[in-house]
Design a protein around this ligand. Structure first.
Ligand SMILES: Nc1ncnc2c1ncn2[C@@H]1O[C@H](COP(=O)(O)OP(=O)(O)OP(=O)(O)O)[C@@H](O)[C@H]1O
Ligand SMILES: [K+]
Ligand SMILES: [Mg+2]
Length: 679
């Protein structure tokens, strides 16, 4: 958990206070129907403050109109302030990010091998750029040559540099980060204005924030309630006439505002923005509020193994020949199968072979055809010009390859593979044409602390499934070590999608975390796709969330925040509506008591006067908004309880509380107004 960004500062609060006035613009307010009605009421009472007899004969006086106008104005401003405050931290963060986006000169490689200086803002997709130690990476791209340590602190806030290299899942670099040592040659992958940093800025700033389907539904419901109460208030006019109770326009407006759900109306968008902001504080970029909400309802989490559950730096640890093959021969074949393999696995095999004394001439394999690794074939290797096919890859894939060439499977192959797999390693079988020579042992490390966090997810009722291209035995070992509930082995990209679709068809919401290009389609299919920042560009583009710290258990925090967001919205809606009901019973008896003494039984509040009842309720209605801002921003306290118990608890606290609090609050305000001789 990171608490590296400061919460609300004085600057943010001051800016929010200013923005609260700017947001009075009716064109902006109309998006929030409840508060728009309050604003219209504010405008009408403003007119009445100037011309008390504008619409009807005046019998309340200017002072009363002015009072109602001021309270209404504050009601609207408080709501705007809540929203502006929620936006504040993101805006401040966007400013900081913008500063890192300083224009740099990029060294673009020309056809003839020389470089030409081009401003970073003019780089286009496909340009090849050289970046040396100490220089800023001008824009997003993929390393095509070199290995360098990159300082990504400008984006992740993490000061320890990360190693990035050509080939494999760690080749993507982000504009605005810095090459700390060595150099890289990179291929530009984004056009101007569409870089990760650009997207990040507009995200934290909330520039493209859209209402989530849940928010739209709730806004509609609140609008309907508002219309119903408008009708209720209008029917009150003839009733009051009949009873000889004089109801003036300011009072009717005040009554309406007290009864419509202004509390949730004022806080609704702040709750959503604050939720997204809280996700950002955990160093996760959420592309939409919808994704955060979906995270709150996740049933199943599908994780990719390599690079997500494990660190993903699978290194060759040992070459194990099958019986009848000499160790030296096995090493040589492993080397041949990997000389042109640019993945980290391939390079680590070459390294190990070198360490074991193998060497080869500069252009020994110049005429050989490279067979690149794909997640589909799960093999890689070389086709020599004499027709010899050298391969290494997943054991089942190599078995099929050798079988297709008429070869047989060595008797001890399975035993060797099982030994590696049981240790959690990845076995790569090596073969030439129809003969298997042995197995390469790739070692990887499970990230620490996963077991505890997966246990927490289980306690929330979320099932974790690891999905890997590796063999079932390795998968089982790693699954056990990491503590996931289930695993799918020998999975090709389409199997990952199928796994997600299967869960979705059962009506479940599915989250997926992954880092590789082969994970991209699955990340897009999932309801919540969380890509590791360490991963490929394709994964990051397909996902709707990116974890800047590349920690798969971060999803746990995101799930908590999502749940908290949904609960907070539910709790404050409950509170708001029960508040309004309570206000109804507080005001109406007080208003009609003179005309209908029978109402005295209902007049439990015993307020000073009908006027005091109205003003006290209206003041309470206004100040409850800023009082609830902290809850809207931080979210209601959230514990890992079952959904049922959470619901009961919240209905009790916010429903019953919502009825009691206004009675106490209104009575107190009434006493104050009375003692100050205001009413
Ligand atoms: N460079 C390579 N050459 C040949 N075979 C490889 C290479 N890298 C991986 N493999 C084999 O292909 C399998 C699938 O690899 P892939 O990277 O698609 O999935 P994975 O990383 O094992 O699983 P995950 O989806 O968890 O990341 C690996 O388990 C391994 O057996
Ligand atoms: K209200
Ligand atoms: Mg992978």
């Amino acid at each position: 958990m990171s608490a590296r960004k400061k919460t609300i500062t004085k600057d943010i609060a001051a800016q929010a206070a200013l923005d609260a006035f700017k947001k009075l613009n009716p064109a902006v307010m109309i998006k929030n129907p409840v508060m728009f009605i309050v604003e219209v009421g504010t405008a009408i009472t403003m007119l009445l403050s100037i011309w008390p007899a504008l619409f009807a004969a005046d019998h309340v006086g200017r002072g009363y109109n002015v009072t109602v106008f001021i309270i209404l104005l504050f009601t609207v401003l408080f709501g705007n302030f809540a929203e502006a405050l929620a936006e504040g931290r993101g805006k401040a963060q966007a400013d900081t990010l913008r500063r890192t986006k300083s224009e740099t000169m990029a060294k673009v490689l020309q056809q003839d091998g020389t470089t030409r200086n081009v401003p970073s803002t003019q780089l286009k997709k496909g340009d090849i750029v050289r970046v040396d130690a100490g220089e800023l990476i001008p824009t997003d791209g993929e390393i095509i040559e070199g290995l360098a340590s990159i300082d990504e602190s400008a984006i992740t806030g993490e000061s320890a540099p990360v190693i990035k290299e050509a080939g494999g899942d760690f080749s993507s670099v982000t504009g605005g980060t810095r090459v700390a040592s060595d150099y890289i040659i990179m291929k530009v992958m984004t056009d101007p204005g569409e870089s990760f940093l650009d997207r990040m800025i507009s995200l934290v700033e909330g520039a493209k924030r859209q209402k989530t389907p849940n928010e739209i539904a709730l806004t509609t419901l609140l609008a309907v309630l508002t219309i119903i109460f408008m009708i209720v208030i209008m029917t009150m006019v003839p009733m009051a006439d009949y009873l000889n109770v004089q109801l003036d326009i300011a009072t009717l407006i005040a009554l309406l505002v007290c009864l419509i759900p202004t509390t949730i109306g004022a806080l609704l968008s702040a709750i959503g923005i604050a939720g997204m902001d809280r996700v950002t504080q955990f160093n996760v970029l959420a592309m939409s509020g919808k994704a955060v909400e979906a995270a709150g309802d996740i049933d199943t989490l599908i994780l990719d193994k390599t690079g997500t559950i494990t660190y993903g730096n699978r290194m060759a640890a040992e070459f194990i020949p099958v019986k009848g093959t000499a160790a030296k021969e096995m090493t040589f074949i492993a080397l041949q199968a990997s000389v042109k393999d640019e993945t980290p696995e391939g390079r680590s095999i070459v390294e190990l072979a070198k360490k074991l004394g193998e060497s080869w001439a500069e252009n020994e394999y110049a005429s050989a055809e490279i067979v690149e690794f794909t997640a589909e074939t799960r093999m890689s290797g070389l086709d020599l010009s004499n027709g010899t096919k050298i391969r290494k890859g997943a054991v089942d894939a190599i078995k099929k390859f050798v079988g297709a060439n008429g070869g047989s499977i060595p008797a001890d192959l399975d035993e060797i593979t099982n030994r590696i797999s049981r240790a959690g390693g990845t076995p790569l079988a090596t073969a030439v044409n129809n003969r298997i020579y042995g197995v390469i042992y790739l070692k990887d490390t499970v990230k620490p602390g996963l077991k505890e966090r997966f246990a927490e997810l289980r306690a929330m009722g979320i099932k974790t499934i690891m999905c890997t291209g590796d063999n079932p035995l390795t998968a089982a070992t790693i699954a056990l070590e990491a503590g996931v509930d289930d695993f799918i082995a020998e999975a090709k990209p389409e199997d990952k999608i199928a796994a997600i679709k299967k869960e979705q068809q059962e009506g479940k919401l599915v989250a997926m975390t992954g880092d590789g290009t082969n994970d991209a389609p699955a990340l897009a299919q999932a309801d919540v796709g969380l890509a590791m920042n360490s991963g490929t560009m394709a994964a990051k583009e397909a996902a709707n969330m990116i974890d800047l710290d590349s920690d798969p258990t971060k999803l746990l925090s995101v799930v908590s925040i999502g749940k908290q967001l949904l609960i907070t919205r539910g709790a404050l809606t409950t509170f708001s509506i029960s508040n309004d009901i309570a206000k109804y019973f507080a005001i109406i008896p007080a208003m009609f008591i003179l005309a209908m003494p029978q109402l005295d039984a209902l007049n439990i509040m015993n307020l000073a006067s009908p006027k005091s009842a109205i003003l006290s309720a209206l003041i309470f209605n206004a100040i409850i908004i800023p009082l609830l801002i902290p809850i809207a921003m931080k979210g209601v306290k959230f514990r890992t309880l079952s959904a049922d118990r959470l619901l009961t608890r919240n209905v009790l606290i916010y429903g019953v509380g919502g009825i009691i609090v206004p009675f106490v609050g209104i009575k107190l305000i009434d006493l104050v107004l009375y003692s100050l001789n205001i009413v």
